[in-house]
Design a protein around this ligand. Sequence first.
Ligand SMILES: O=C[C@H](O)COP(=O)(O)O
Length: 309
Amino acid sequence: MASRGSRSARSGRVLLGAAVVASALLMLQTPVDFVGMSAGDSRRVSRTALMAAKRRFFIGGNWKANGSPASVKQLIEELNSAKLEVDTSKDVEVVCSPPFVYLSQVKSDLRKDYAVAAQNMWDKAPGAWTGETPAAMLKDMSIDWVVLGHSERRESCGETSEVVASKTKFAIESGLSTITCIGEKLEERESGKTFELLDLQMKPIAAALNEEDWDKVVLAYEPVWAIGTGKVATPEQAEETHAFLRKWLADNVSQKVSDSVRILYGGSVNNKNSEELGTKPNIDGFLVGGASLKGGAFTTIINSAKAAM
Ligand SMILES: O=C[C@H](O)COP(=O)(O)O
């Protein structure tokens, strides 16, 4: 299905339409459901609808446990010399997340308009925690971001949604921003339980955070069946789920948080599919795995954000 056009064109339409709707809602103080969403779902527009146009696009590169000193050096060089066609000071935020052992190198050598994230964090003060990296140590290294709750950690390290929620809160209290991941497995999607599962994953996070905390959170929706498989969710599938999550935030946190929190899509994003995915109104960027290990492909994905503006 064709995308809905550039985000700037769309924003223009949204601004005009939203101004009318928002003023009406200012009087009504009641959210209104749009018709035309897929089965049983709807997207709410409120008096803060204008804010939706202002969410800054976000591209995260999750290098996972990949790299050697030589390949990391080369990737940094490729990223540093790449030709960007977007403005990273206002339009797009870029964050690269290397393995722990390369954090220092990446922090010191990577271009300064890209931030750096750890891929996990220990939610305790420094001390006798063999093998762990407390949040405070990341802050000491001027790391500003941490990826939490990635499905690979949920699956392989037994991280529950409660652990993910607790780590998210601790990270924020420690001065970090988080890319907090959620997403369903194939069997959950196939049995029609995607939204139920996402609800279960979101509840502990919402319970752990106060409204202000959400300023420091980016949500990454990553269907497990699409991660590293080449089976990317269709733009419509991704948009439907992002719209569900945005409505979930409105219903369970606040309209303000729903309007402002960025929701990334992750799962086999590459330099060929990013543009169409990014034009969907509730997709605010990507968490990229494999394609973030190639400077050229990752830069193309960053540049594809132009279509989303
Ligand atoms: O964190 C990134 C996701 O797991 C996506 O990985 P992928 O782009 O290799 O599918």
